[in-house]
Ligand binder design. Structure first.
Ligand code: ZN
Length: 225
């Protein structure tokens, strides 16, 4: 056989062997040790959705929607509303939501005598504990006002927020949804009020959209932890 032809056959064989070896190696890279094809794994971005001023007439509908979507939320309750809706408070607790304090009558804590402020907080803690059997650790001070004096006198963790669509004023499901989706970032806390029907609808919309966008809803406690 002609030397040139032999050389050509040899050259082609080497190329073929190299290409088979390369193909096999890249196949084994994408198959894990148990033989299954490895999927792209990533950590979900955690955020917390919080509801103030309830419970109210729409809270049960919200709880149904959260249960359907397997989402745990955080509720900052007004003491006098908790007294009106004890079964709803019980359900929140049983379904794994975090319950916090939002004072007994929604007072601005910085504008009343310290003794009155402490009374509003303790009374609410007692009402909730009587229903759920759990101590309350977190407080959302109405209007976000918390003072050093209060911190010295009440052993509670104040929780503010990052994303505020002003749902109580906007009262528009689409606008509230859009504000939250556009402004959310990892580790953010969303502020909503479950006493408005539009806010409950917006909350469920937001959950559907953000879960698809790679976010995971957790309680404030889990976010802080
Ligand atoms: Zn409030």
């Amino acid at each position: 056989m002609n030397k040139k032809i032999l050389f050509f056959i040899g050259f082609i064989s080497i190329i073929l062997l190299l290409s088979i070896k390369y193909t096999n190696r890249s196949d084994s890279d994408s198959i894990s040790t148990d033989g299954s094809v490895a999927s792209e794994e990533y950590e979900k971005m955690k955020i917390a959705i919080t509801f103030d001023d309830g419970p109210g007439p729409y809270t049960e509908r919200l709880l149904d929607g959260l249960l359907e979507r397997n989402v745990k939320a955080t509720f900052f309750l007004i003491g006098e509303s908790a007294e009106q809706y004890p079964d709803v408070v019980k359900r929140m607790h049983e379904e794994g939501h975090l319950i916090g304090n939002h004072t007994y009558s929604h007072i601005e804590l910085a504008c009343v005598p310290l003794q009155k402020a402490v009374e509003e907080i303790n009374k609410t803690n007692n009402i909730i504990k009587e229903i759920t059997g759990e101590d309350i650790e977190y407080i959302r001070p109405p209007y976000g006002y918390w003072t050093k004096e209060l911190a010295k006198n009440v052993d509670m963790e104040p929780v503010l927020w990052d994303v505020d669509p002003r749902d109580w004023s906007v009262l528009d499901e689409q606008k509230v949804t859009c504000h939250i989706v556009k402004n959310i970032e990892e580790d953010d806390i969303i502020l909503l009020h479950d006493i408005f029907e539009t806010s409950v609808d917006a909350a469920l919309n937001v959950i559907d959209i953000l879960q698809l966008n790679g976010y995971e809803f957790v309680t404030v406690e889990e976010l802080y932890g």
